[in-house]
Design a protein around this ligand. Structure first.
Ligand SMILES: Nc1nc2c(ncn2[C@@H]2O[C@H](COP(=O)(O)OP(=O)(O)OP(=O)(O)O)[C@@H](O)[C@H]2O)c(=O)[nH]1
Ligand SMILES: [Mg+2]
Length: 203
């Protein structure tokens, strides 16, 4: 079984990407929605994201009482075992909170569950990157270094010069990941999803 962790700062576009990815995997056969379980780790109230995902017929599990990267790592492992037992999905997609450290989420999972394959995608917000970088550097750095795929999102909101600048800045934190510039407000290319799922060979 495989788990795809989506990290990235608050409002960077994680849910927008998850929605399209889930649709891409399920395709035109709604019965195959059962192959995918989506975990939304949000701190606080019942979320709109959650309602939106459920309306697509997906199985959505919530982890609300804290952040899975730190206070809830035990619950995360337990939750994953329960999901594997109850649903036997081929894929779990986990949207981490915007302030989560995906690096430690991956460590928790790989250390305690040897039979699970872990992919990490980081969603970044091209529009707000420069503004967030200084105050959030430690967090953004961790989110980026943990990732095998980095999405530079919201390219519809920036001009080409700024995009070049933002990409160069992001690459100083991780130049090994696969990079894709996207707008999750529009149709995302299938090659992006295949890379996120680790289905293409090039790394
Ligand atoms: N213009 C534009 N807006 C976008 C894009 N991607 C996401 N948005 C908008 O940005 C806002 C945040 O997107 P979400 O997908 O909810 O982001 P998120 O990372 O899941 O947010 P949190 O879960 O709250 O951390 C929403 O209003 C989206 O419609 C994009 O590529 N272009
Ligand atoms: Mg979200």
């Amino acid at each position: 079984m495989k788990i795809l962790i989506l990290g990235g700062f608050l409002g960077s576009g994680k849910t927008s990407v998850v929605l399209q990815l889930a649709k891409y995997i399920v395709g035109d056969s709604p019965e195959s929605a059962s192959k995918v379980v989506i975990i939304e780790n949000e701190i606080g109230e019942v979320s709109i994201d959650d309602k939106m995902l459920r309306s697509g017929g997906y199985e959505v599990a919530n982890m609300f009482s804290g952040c899975v990267c730190c206070t809830m790592s035990g619950e995360l492992v337990l939750g994953l075992y329960n999901i594997m037992h109850d649903f036997e999905p081929e894929l779990i997609i986990m949207e981490a909170t915007g302030v989560a450290y995906p690096h430690s989420i991956r460590e928790t999972i790989t250390q305690s569950m040897s039979d699970i394959e872990c992919e990490v995608t980081c969603v970044t917000d091209a529009k707000r990157w420069k503004r967030l970088l200084r105050p959030m550097e430690m967090l953004l750095k961790d989110q980026l270094t943990a990732a095998n795929v980095i999405l530079i999102n919201k390219i519809d909101m920036v001009d080409d010069d700024l995009l070049v600048e933002v990409e160069a800045s992001i690459r100083t934190f991780n130049d090994k990941a696969r990079f894709f510039k996207i707008s999750a407000a529009e149709q995302i290319d299938s090659k992006v999803f295949e890379a996120m799922l680790g289905n293409d060979e090039v790394r």
